[in-house]
Structures are given as structure tokens and as C-alpha cells.
Write a protein that binds this ligand. Structure first.
Ligand code: AMP
Length: 564
């Protein structure tokens, strides 16, 4: 095995977690604690009550589950020692699975209970004995009333997504459940928002709780570069497909895709390679040597995509990066800021694109608040968009080739062909061949999109555990935000001349004095490039680029010819 130079478990070990938990975390590929974990775990291990303001995506589940697991003692009794209340059945399943995974080496018995699941199975497991129950308030109360769940030995209660539970009308159920638990216990409350009603619950049921809140550090935002920031809302099941689609449309010169865990890094790398990208994994489990090799391949251009964890990407300084892609919303707004600081350096072009699950919208909002910059919610490009994009590029490629002074040598072939076919037909065949050579038709299924929405209000009150399904909340998604006041310029230099997006941005900002945020999408093909600039600055950009050299050449620069 490679030496683990980053000593990844140290971060969690420093929080005082026992070795079985550290091993589970390392096996899961967690490289370091998230901010909320760093703050919450030590006091929770010490037995303190805690009120945490944290949304989904911050790593809050591990923040409360790990200390619960740490505190479990081997017991004879089959009645649970810890109870986690959550608003929905999905969350009950998720939290239960996560807790089970973290506690694997401790032999912990975790049971999710929610409405809609056959009660007989729950009864069976309850009879055999459990350590931790994760349930929706309605179904938990059901079990208490039936006498099938005793809470007399509960030592810790977690109220997860407390604001959601109140919104769903679970306040009374929660009170009734808490009344069944021993008075001396540890109580933990997590909530994305802190309305007065939550405060009231905390005052009534928690003892001198420690309060922690995420996303208050605004210092990092000062250094934020101006890069194009956007987000795609996408259900978890479609994320890999969505990532591929986004990359196909963006066609980044060099990008880094951030993942949460090593495992995710490996999965995503594999899937991208399967899609024909040259992607390489970069994570903390790799030796310095391996990582150096990956980095030099990126610099040399043999790798176009890095798939990395935050830890592995720390200190990484690559000039070529044009895109930062967050495969998930980062666990803290500060992490987002650090990530996107890797593009758009020194006035260069950059884009930061985030794939967010509908539940993570709140984190996106928190990031917008911290950075004071908008993250535009965009509609995932459809197969039709992708096809249109390929055809458009085909059209531009051929259009530019018309100016080539090297066309005459093909005339004899054309004349031979024209003996038995119409010139138009020959042209069409030529187009088809070129199109096929460029990868041909896009033939892949559509990816269902999710509309940015008011997630909370759309949930029904459902005493059996409110169920909602992200995929079903369809509806029109927001349109792309690019305004009509931009225009595309043609630059007669392409990849073959070694042109990189930053060369263009550098030239435009340097020569025409345009701020880099005004430089829009850049597309580079083998022989030419297209760049979007504000219509109002187009003439100025053209004039100044015509008088400068890029990559040692003085390229043709003009408006793109045909109407779009
Ligand atoms: P949560 O905010 O609890 O819903 O967690 C969001 C996601 O982050 C889950 O998929 C977790 O598995 C993952 N996660 C939690 N803590 C860490 C960590 N320290 N490193 C990497 N991934 C994590």
C-alpha cells in the first residue's frame, strides 16, 4: 500500500474519536472533518447538549451520529440507548444507513422506523433489540403507544432538521416523545433555520446547550475572484450523467471536479473515463509521487480533468484551470470560496459550476450570502441542446474552412464525384462525415431536471412520516441567464496553435481593458475560438485584439459571421 502522506485520519483522531470509528471513516474515504464536525464532535463526546444551525450538506449527520456511537456501551437490554427524530422517511433511511456504516465495527444495531414501512418488520427487530432508533415522530409515537418501543433507557436524543419537523406539524408529537425519555439525558438539536419556535424548544428541553452556527466566516469571501458561477439542480440518481452532460457542453480546457470522499473520487473518475474524458483521480490516499505525476500530466495537457477531494487539492496551483466543478455542494461556504479561488486567477476566465441536490439549495443560499455573489440556477442542457451545440460547431468549422486557401487540391475529387451526384448532395455527405468524425449524434437518455423550488412549503403534513420525492416536483426550470446583450467574436487561432482560454482572456482584459467578468463563454476548436463579450465592448475588443499577438500570432478577429 502507498504511504498515506496526508495522514487523513489525524483530523478525526484529533477530535477524540475511537479507533473503530476512525477506521470506518477512513474506509468511507472521508479525509477530514467538515467544519460542523470539528466544532460539534468534541463537546458532544463530552456529553454537552448542543444546538447546531446547519443545513443538509454540511456533514451534520456524522456530527451527531459519531458522538452517539462513541458513547454507546455494550448492554444487555434490547431497548434503545439513543433516539434520532427526523422529519421524513427518506431522512430516516439516510441517517440510519449512515449511522450503521459509521458504527459497523462496533456491531451497533440501528433501526429506522417510519410510516409506510410494514410495522411487522419493525416489531420483529425491536423485539430482538436495538441500540439506536431513527424515526419520524408520528411512527415513533405509534410504537410508544402500542408499547412496542420503550424509551426508559434513552441516554441521548437528537432532533434533526427540527425546523422541518415543526413545519410538518410534529411539535406535539415531539413533546410527547421527549416526555417518555429520562430527564437526565443528552439532547442535541440541529436545524437549518432558527426561528423563535426552535429556540423555545431548545430552552425547554436542552440544558445549557452549546450553540454553533456555520457560515459566519466572511473573511474568505474578500479574495473571491470574479468567475461565472452557476448551479444545476439534480436528483442524486442522475448526478454522474449530469456531470458528463455539463462537461460535454462546457468543454473545459482543464477542470477540477471536487468530490467529498475518496470513494466518490474513484467512482466519478471511472465514469468520466468511460465517457471518453481523460480524467485522473487525486486524493489523500495517494503518495506525493503519484500526485506529482498526475499534476504534471495535467500541466502537459495529457489529462484534462482532475477529480479530487479538498484535502488533495490543497495548495494546488494550476494555471490552466478554467473550470471548478463541485460534484456536491461543499460542506461549508468557506470551502466553496477556497475551491473557486483556483480559477479566474489574475483576471483570467473561470467558471464554477455546482451540482446540487434539491435538498442542498439552502447551502447554495448560504454560499451566496457569504460571497455576496449570485449563483445562477441553470437548466441542465438537454440532449437537444447538446445536439444543437455540436451542429453549430460543425457549421462554424465548415464556414471557416471556406476561407482556407488550400481547398483547390480537393477539386479533382469533387469533379469526379460530381459526375454522378449533385454537388449539394456531396456537400451533405461531407458534412455528415465530418460530424461523424467529431463524435456523431448524441445518443443518450434525457436527464430529469428538478425545478429550483420552495422545498419546504411543498411538503404535506403526514403523521406517518411526510414523504416527498424530489424527482416528482417537476415544472419549468429557470432558463439560462446569459443575456441578449452579448455577442460572439471569432478568433482565428485554435488548439493547434496552442491557444488556451486564459490566453484569450488575458489578451482581452489586458489589451481591451475589459474586466474578466465581462468575458463570457469561450469555445476553442482545433483551428479557431469563439468568445462571448458584451455587445457594447465588441468593437473595442476587436480593434485591440487585431493589434496584438496571441501565442506569437496575429489572428483574424471579427464578429462571428452568421446569425445565431
Ligand atoms: P449531511 O450534511 O449529513 O447530509 O452530509 C452530506 C454528505 O457529506 C453525506 O453524503 C456524507 O456522507 C458526506 N460527509 C459527511 N462528512 C464528511 C467528511 N468529513 N468528509 C467527506 N464527506 C463527508
Amino acid at each position: 500500500m502507498e504511504e498515506d502522506l496526508l495522514d487523513n485520519s489525524a483530523g478525526f483522531a484529533a477530535l477524540g474519536l475511537r479507533s473503530e470509528l476512525l477506521k470506518a471513516l477512513s474506509d468511507l474515504g472521508y479525509e477530514e472533518p467538515t467544519p460542523i464536525q470539528r466544532e460539534a464532535i468534541p463537546p458532544l463526546i463530552a456529553g454537552k447538549d448542543l444546538v447546531g444551525q446547519a443545513a443538509t450538506g454540511t456533514g451534520k449527520t456524522a456530527a451527531f451520529a459519531l458522538p452517539l456511537l462513541q458513547g454507546l456501551e455494550p448492554r444487555e437490554s434490547g431497548s434503545p440507548a439513543a433516539l434520532i427524530l427526523v422529519p421524513t422517511r427518506e431522512l430516516a433511511e439516510q441517517v440510519s444507513q449512515a449511522t450503521h456504516r459509521y458504527g459497523r465495527d462496533l456491531g451497533v444495531r440501528v433501526l429506522p422506523v417510519y410510516g409506510g414501512q410494514p410495522i411487522s418488520r419493525q416489531l420483529q427487530v425491536l423485539r430482538r433489540g436495538v441500540d439506536i432508533v431513527v424515526g419520524t415522530p408520528g411512527r415513533v409515537l405509534d410504537h410508544i403507544e402500542r408499547g412496542t418501543l420503550q424509551l426508559g433507557e434513552i441516554r441521548a436524543v437528537v432532533l434533526d432538521e427540527a425546523d422541518e419537523m415543526l413545519d410538518m406539524g410534529f411539535a406535539e408529537d415531539i413533546e410527547a416523545i421527549l416526555a417518555e425519555t429520562p430527564e437526565v439525558r443528552q439532547t442535541v438539536l440541529f436545524s437549518a433555520t432558527m426561528p423563535p419556535r426552535i429556540d423555545a424548544i431548545a430552552r425547554r428541553h436542552l440544558r445549557e446547550p452549546l450553540r454553533i452556527r456555520m457560515g459566519r466566516d466572511t473573511a474568505a469571501a474578500d479574495t473571491l475572484p470574479r468567475v461565472r458561477q452557476s448551479a444545476f439542480l439534480i436528483a442524486r440518481a442522475h448526478k454522474t450523467a449530469a456531470l458528463g452532460r455539463v462537461l460535454d457542453v462546457e468543454a473545459p480546457q482543464a477542470a477540477i471536479v471536487f468530490c467529498r470522499t475518496r470513494e466518490e473520487v474513484d467512482e466519478v473518475t471511472q465514469s468520466l473515463n468511460g465517457r471518453g474524458y481523460r480524467a485522473e483521480a487525486l486524493h489523500g490516499g495517494m503518495s506525493q509521487d503519484q500526485r506529482d505525476r498526475v499534476m504534471s500530466r495535467l500541466r502537459a495537457g495529457t489529462t484534462e480533468l482532475l477529480v479530487a477531494t479538498d484535502v488533495a487539492a490543497r495548495g494546488l496551483d494550476v494555471e490552466q484551470l478554467t473550470h471548478v466543478i463541485n460534484y456536491n455542494v461543499p460542506s461549508a461556504p468557506e470551502a466553496y470560496v477556497h475551491r473557486i479561488g483556483r480559477v479566474g486567477r489574475a483576471g483570467r476566465e473561470g467558471a464554477a459550476i455546482t451540482l446540487a441536490e434539491p435538498r442542498e439549495q439552502r447551502m447554495l443560499k448560504a454560499i451566496e450570502r457569504l460571497t455576496g455573489q449570485r449563483i445562477t440556477a441553470e437548466k441542465l442542457p438537454t440532449v437537444t441542446d447538446l445536439r444543437a451545440k455540436r451542429l453549430e460547431l460543425l457549421r462554424t468549422t465548415v464556414h471557416e474552412a471556406l476561407e482556407d486557401d488550400d481547398l483547390d487540391r480537393f477539386r479533382p475529387i469533387l469533379e469526379l464525384l460530381a459526375d454522378d451526384a449533385d454537388i449539394e448532395l456531396i456537400a451533405l455527405a461531407g458534412l455528415k462525415l465530418l460530424h461523424d468524425a467529431n463524435g456523431g449524434d448524441v445518443d443518450e437518455p434525457e436527464i430529469p431536471t428538478v425545478s429550483p423550488g420552495r422545498e419546504r412549503e411543498s411538503r404535506p403534513r403526514d403523521a406517518s412520516g411526510g414523504r416527498y420525492d424530489d424527482d416528482r416536483r417537476g415544472g419549468p426550470a429557470r432558463q439560462r441567464s446569459s443575456g441578449n446583450d452579448t455577442t460572439r467574436l471569432f478568433v482565428g487561432l485554435g488548439r493547434r496553435s496552442g491557444l488556451r482560454p486564459q490566453d484569450l482572456v488575458g489578451a482581452i482584459t489586458g489589451e481591451a481593458g475589459l474586466p474578466s467578468r465581462d468575458v463570457g463563454a469561450i469555445q476553442i476548436t482545433d483551428r479557431f475560438a469563439l468568445v462571448e463579450v458584451p455587445e457594447s465592448a465588441a468593437e473595442r475588443v476587436i480593434r485591440s485584439l487585431q493589434q496584438t499577438t496571441i501565442r506569437g500570432k496575429r489572428p483574424t478577429v471579427r464578429r462571428e459571421r452568421f446569425e445565431r
